[in-house]
Design a protein around this ligand. Structure first.
Ligand SMILES: O=c1[nH]cnc2c1ncn2[C@@H]1O[C@H](COP(=O)(O)OP(=O)(O)O)[C@@H](O)[C@H]1O
Ligand SMILES: [Ca+2]
Length: 542
């Protein structure tokens, strides 16, 4: 575990002890602790009053020195206190998380002020680096390549983080659905890939903390923590934001439901900053957008009646005029579905651009035939009714942002998608010459899948459609599971609300200064008053 000093902001408890003492010196009462009647007692019945000259005690050097000492003492106390609490030049700490996704790996560098790590909203993303090439799960046949692929971005991290912080900077690698699938398919291969990335990360001067495959629940829950941490929802009694994450190989939905969670697997309890949360979360493995495209194409190939001749796969989710030869293997190279025996190794993928038919074909990948709970999303998975606002990030954002659909009503979204899907492929390419054709060709499918998943799968309606906010970043930080993962592993989100100073630093300094000035003024006033009283006392006596 990294060294994380749980440095709760220092809290000064000032105890102001009240001085008990009677203000002496009033006329005819006490003098030097001896009743005046005694001090001036009659000496042997002599009626002659002696000419007693009483010296003002405040004029004694010892008293003056004493008062000066008190004043200097108070000023010293205040000065020390000011220096002690002066904000030091901001010192930052750093953390690195590698998001080893199914399609690619990203390196995130976070930073936070060293003395404020337990406050919400304090950790920020400093830098991201996209690892070149595909995700680490694609290195199953060449595991060493997985470790090597990380080098460029890790070298960049060395430059970004000050050298004197390297050794205390934790590095975590979390792999998601691509590695979950590889583990299902070929466990030893997934282990080799993890060993390779571990070996590579250990060569850096950072504090290596481990490389592992996250469970779907962790992926969902940490995404939820990230968005709510960044929105600073966690220390307020206000509602939280649900989290929707769409990857290439899996998708997650996580939120605080209004109703009881009927299945144990979908429930996660947290205590954060003194508040209890019961989250509903589910991760659908194989329902990331890349895997669903395979499922949907596989389904179309499977339902082709004549598999002996070259197949021309007519696909309504691709633009009219789109025409590309693909291998059968490229569709079935996944543990998400069973291979279909076909005579030919290739087929021609032909676009027809029909949104209604596209949505129909996508609906086929959701099994809604059984539900052992009061309500389900699909495939017999419990889903309470969606409630409150949701942040939809990762591919939810990339796709909807590309299609310019992040701010439209449900009906408008549908309408714009219909038009987009029927646009000829030639025109699409002309309009977006710089976007990779593979990505470009899949936006009609991906947009339609998103709409169908949210409406048919998660039961969003035209009425609450705009409760879904398509987001990439909150402040400077990307929405995603990585930040929540790091906050959790570095214990930066305490279960109980950390103590906060009674007042901000500026207020505290001002208060201390004014308060000490007040004491000095009061002392001076007391001195003047006492001097006057003792003088008039002398007059009376004389
Ligand atoms: O700029 C983009 N446009 C469209 N899709 C993108 C873009 N950048 C990333 N993506 C997609 O986002 C998804 C990210 O998934 P990721 O690699 O995190 O998989 P996982 O979370 O299922 O393991 C992939 O489908 C990837 O193709
Ligand atoms: Ca992801």
């Amino acid at each position: 575990m990294p060294k994380t000093e749980a440095s709760a902001p220092g809290r000064i408890c000032m105890q102001l002890t009240r001085a008990h003492g009677t203000a002496s010196g009033s006329k005819g009462s006490h003098y030097k602790g001896i009743p005046l009647s005694l001090a001036l007692s009659d000496t042997g019945g002599n009626t002659h009053m002696p000419d007693v000259k009483v010296k003002n005690p405040w004029h004694r050097p010892v008293v003056i020195v004493l008062v000066a000492f008190i004043a200097v003492g108070i000023i010293t106390m205040v000065s020390i206190s000011v220096v002690q609490h002066k904000p030091l030049p901001q010192k930052y700490k750093y953390g690195i998380v590698l998001d080893a996704g199914s399609s690619h790996t990203s390196v995130f560098i976070y930073q936070w002020p060293a003395e404020k790590e337990n406050n919400t909203g304090m950790v920020q993303q400093l830098h991201t680096c996209n690892v070149k090439g595909k995700g680490i799960s694609s290195y199953s046949a060449n595991p060493n390549g997985a470790g090597t692929s990380l080098q460029e971005c890790m070298d960049e991290a060395k430059q970004k983080i000050p050298a004197h912080r390297h050794s205390e900077t934790p590095v975590y690698l979390g792999a998601t659905a691509g590695m979950r699938l590889l583990k299902m398919e070929d466990d030893p291969a997934s282990e080799k890939v993890l060993v390779s990335v571990e070996r590579s990360l250990k060569t850096y001067p950072f504090s290596y903390q481990g490389a592992r495959i996250l469970s779907g629940q962790e992926e969902g829950a940490f995404g939820w923590i990230t968005v709510n941490y960044l929105n600073e929802n966690l220390r307020k009694p206000t509602g939280t934001l649900g989290a929707l994450d769409l990857g290439g190989a899996s998708t997650q939905i996580t939120f605080v439901p209004q109703q009881e969670i009927e299945s144990y697997d979908n429930s996660i309890d947290f205590r954060l900053y003194g508040n209890d949360y019961q989250l509903y979360t589910h991760s659908f493995l194989c329902y990331g957008k890349d895997q669903v495209l395979k499922l949907s194409m596989g389904e179309k190939l499977r339902s082709t009646p004549d598999k002996t001749h070259h197949i021309e796969l007519k696909d309504p989710c691709f633009h009219p005029g789109y025409n590309l030869s693909k291998t059968v293997q490229s569709v079935f190279d996944t543990p998400c579905m069973q291979t279909v025996n076909m005579q030919n190794e290739t087929f021609t993928h032909v676009g027809t651009g029909n949104w209604v038919q596209c949505q129909e074909s996508i609906r086929k990948v959701f099994n809604t035939s059984h539900c052992p709970y009061s309500s389900c999303s699909f495939n017999g998975v419990f889903l309470p009714s969606v409630d409150g606002n949701f942040g939809a990030f990762s591919a939810f954002y990339f796709v909807m942002d590309f299609l310019n659909l992040t701010n439209d009503s449900f009906d408008k979204t549908k309408q714009k998608l219909m038009t987009y899907c029927s646009t000829p492929w030639k025109k699409i390419v002309e309009n977006h010459p710089r976007i990779k054709e593979k990505y470009l060709s899949e936006y009609c499918f991906a947009g339609t899948y998103i709409l169908t998943l949210l409406e048919d799968g998660y039961k969003f309606t035209p009425e609450n459609w705009n409760d879904i906010k398509f987001i990439k970043k909150i402040g400077d930080s990307d929405a995603g599971w990585t930040l929540g993962y790091m906050l959790n592993l570095t214990n930066m989100i305490p279960a109980e609300d950390p103590d906060t100073p009674l007042m901000p630093h500026g207020g505290y300094v001002t208060f201390m200064l004014l308060f000490s000035l007040l004491i000095v003024v009061l002392l001076l006033m007391a001195y003047m008053y006492f001097r006057r009283s003792t003088r008039s006392g002398q007059k009376d006596i004389v």
